[in-house]
Design a protein around this ligand. Sequence first.
Ligand SMILES: *Cc1c(COP(=O)(O)O)cnc(C)c1O
Length: 350
Amino acid sequence: MSYEDNIRKVKPYVPGEQPSGSGIIKLNTNENPYPPSPAVGRVLREFDQDILKKYPDPEAVKLTEVLAEEYGVSKEQVFVGVGSDDVLAQSFLTFFNSKRPVLFPDITYSFYPVWCDLFGIAYDTVPLNEAFELEAADYDRENGGIVIANPNAPTGREASLSEIESIVKNSPDSVCIIDEAYIDFGGESALSLIERYENLLVVRTFSKSRSLAGSRIGFAIGSRKLIAYLSDVKFSFNSYTMDSVTQAIGVAALTDKGYFSDTVRRIISTRQNAIASFCELGFSVIPSSANFLFVTHPTYPADELFAMLRGRGVYVRYFNSPRIDNYLRVTIGTDEEMKKLFEILREYMG
Ligand SMILES: *Cc1c(COP(=O)(O)O)cnc(C)c1O
């Protein structure tokens, strides 16, 4: 017997590398290559530091109200958290409290099984088809909850709104979480279903489309009932999660709609060009509604390309996991960054 026998032991999620240094091209963690809105800079320059002596607003009321207005819901339907990872973790803890297994695809965000293990939640993975498409009918079985990333990560593939709706509709006795981390890059959101399905929770983040991965802002939108349950759990854990500076930054970013749509448009346009360049080099590209592409090549193994690129200061993501171990996930950077990537690939692949 030792004190270690009483310790909760878990296998943690492994985030992408965060290399530093000049000349590095970072296309490995789906960050936005553009800086946050200039409105965020103004908030930081003008922030009254006296505010920091007090606790932050535990309910992030201002940010919640601005989000409610932006998405056309009431503020009782919005929950704010410290990045969507925080929102998702709290949601798993709140909504997945059944003996029946929670369902999610076999290829998806690798944090889902980590939270299930941490909280002791039973789960089953549901295989995507050969083309990495989700088949809604596969979720029409007994379950203790469902979580779907849409567009999916790391594939970038989007399930149609009608498929999402049929999943939510066919499991009225479970909460269905739709993780829309990448929805702003051209996807169709399930937010339009919120009023019809009380068991639907849509989770979003400022990390990707709003260039604020470093600030940690995520949120969920759902029925008043779900949001109330989620808040009860959050306030049983830690009241003061989001700091005052971040709350102000979030409001500023959300208010600058022109900058948001401009940068999103630029990424979508760079994505289109990148698809063409990958195809010219003989890669197969999974259709993407996200700010990254999932690519594979018939003759060059993905791990070899990954190591070669890394050696030249270009970081992409490689997952040594079943079914996807010959794919690379490449974040869409600026046009200049992508140009450099393709120069290196062209040179290497002759
Ligand atoms: C990036 C990502 C998140 C986490 O985003 P944060 O808001 O930065 O915590 C959640 N889900 C998916 C699918 C992601 O890719």
